[in-house]
Design a protein around this ligand. Structure first.
Ligand code: IMP
Ligand code: MG
Length: 458
């Protein structure tokens, strides 16, 4: 690995969402050409005209990107079909098996190599118009369309794409998505009635959190507001009340609702929910991987003199602040994640794989998948990651129908899509996602979802 690569990777690539940055760059052009930063007073009509023109141009760009995504999706499908009938790459995964016709990248794939897969088309023009009505993006003269503007437009587009009958499973991260970092879902949380509303609409709900506990009482402590509300709800039938699972430790502990028990949850034995691939991860490999991770974490604590304590669990290892009131510097947390990730990748014990449905048939596994991430105040290395956690929910709820729920019928809502390790980002390989920045944004997103479902029904 060259130093240049390491610097580029460590300082830049993992801190950028290239697709969002690219869209932002496209929107910057009409902003520069049409914004009117000169007049401050008395030019009301001019500003209104400017906003109208900027709106038209932004919307046009979003429509063009929307069409590029359509093209990307159709190529994705062609390439998948070619992979599946085995004529191109004989199941080796990357198209090396046949020199005559390697899969063609889409134009979007060439411009933004990190883009995709897309499980649904994204109505970006409509989503932009919706967010522009809310955020007055086109009326701004000094602040160009921002990263957050684009992130929220993408969320709206994704919500629009899954309403109208497609959405069957909504999974939620815990910290920062349902409650503030380290807090719990209290009975007064505005998120609770909105989650109950999803259940009422027969949508399954999974809480897919990295927080890893082996017993129900700890999850009850974090989620009691929701669990008690479900138990006490008069208008949910029994099947709807059973439509929630907690997936803890990213993909390690499954709890089903058991409303008669004191903590309203009961653990489901692994044998009942591990996917066949997960069942193949050996206990010895898991322990060996955690040993390597532990020693890498200890090295980081020593070399950077971190005010941190090591925490070893059966399916995770992490460092947390020794004094909870002291924050470990963000740079130190990120450095630790990148060091540990690198060491595990080089050790051959760790595998960077996601559930098979999206890797194509026959792709080889080797090693145990893991997720090293910066949790904001701590660093954890978990066995598996949220792509496996969400895949377990898809399988669990799909069993009635005989097959797992599909990516286009799944929406994962989370906050970690950019920081080192970004554990919610992993869910992108198995379903659609929405990227929120606070529990308040989750509330807005759920309201948007409910509004659209209502409109599409009537
Ligand atoms: P999430 O946002 O719900 O995925 O929760 C992430 C946070 O859970 C981390 O930042 C940790 O503070 C906390 N946590 C507690 N136990 C574990 C564990 O075993 N693995 C990973 N994170 C954990
Ligand atoms: Mg989170």
């Amino acid at each position: 690995m060259t130093t240049r690569y390491r610097v580029e990777y460590a300082l830049k690539t993992h801190r950028r969402d290239q697709f969002i940055e690219w869209v932002k760059g496209l929107l910057a052009v009409p902003f520069v050409l049409y914004s009117q930063p000169t007049g401050v007073f008395g030019d009301g009509p001019n500003v209104a005209k400017m906003a109208e023109e900027a709106h038209r141009r932004y919307a046009e760009i979003m429509r063009d990107v929307e069409m590029m995504i359509d093209d990307h999706i159709s190529r994705q499908k062609q390439n998948q079909a070619l992979t599946q009938d085995g004529t191109i790459n004989h199941g080796h995964g990357h198209g090396h098996g046949n020199f005559l016709c390697p899969p063609l990248p889409s134009k979007l794939g060439m411009l933004v190599p990190t883009a995709g897969p897309f499980f649904t088309r994204l109505p970006l023009e409509a989503a932009f118009k919706y967010q522009d009505r809310k955020r007055y993006i086109s009326s701004r003269r000094y602040v160009a369309p921002s990263f957050n503007d684009v992130r929220l437009v993408l969320n709206s587009a994704q919500i629009m794409a899954v309403t109208g009958g497609a959405l069957q499973l909504a999974t939620f991260d815990g910290d920062v998505t349902l409650y503030d970092d380290g807090e719990s879902l209290e009975p007064s949380s505005p998120i609770i009635p909105r989650l109950l509303d999803l259940l009422r609409k027969n949508i399954k709900v999974g809480i897919v959190t990295a927080a890893g506990y082996t017993t129900a009482d700890r999850y009850y402590e974090r989620l009691h507001g929701l669990l008690d509300a479900i138990a006490g709800s008069a208008d949910l039938d029994d099947a709807q009340k059973q439509s929630v699972v907690i997936m803890g430790g990213e993909a390690n502990y499954l709890f089903a609702l058991d409303l008669g028990s004191p903590h309203r949850l009961s653990p489901v034995p692994r044998a009942r929910w591990l996917t066949p691939e997960m069942a193949a991860w050996s206990e010895a490999d898991i322990a060996a991987l955690l040993d390597v991770a532990e020693s890498a974490l200890r090295d980081c604590v020593r070399t950077m003199n971190l005010p941190a304590t090591l925490v070893r669990k059966d399916r995770a290892v992490g460092i947390v602040p020794t004094d909870p009131s002291v924050r470990i510097a963000r740079e130190s947390l990120e450095e630790t994640v990148l060091v540990v990730q690198r060491i595990l990748e080089l050790s051959s014990l760790g595998a960077a794989s996601s559930p098979s449905a999206h890797r194509g048939p026959g792709a080889a596994t080797g090693g145990v998948p893991f997720c090293a991430f910066n949790g904001g105040r701590d660093v954890f290395v978990d066995i598996g990651d949220k792509s496996w956690g969400v895949a377990v929910c898809q399988q669990w709820f799909g069993h009635g129908a005989g097959t797992a729920m599909r990516g286009e019928n799944t929406l994962h809502v989370g906050d970690q899509f950019l920081s080192a390790g970004s554990n919610d980002f992993k869910a992108r390989s198995v379903g659609t996602t929405a990227w929120i920045a606070s529990p308040a944004e989750t509330v807005e997103l759920l309201d948007e979802l409910a509004d659209l479902m209502q409109k599409k029904l009537s």
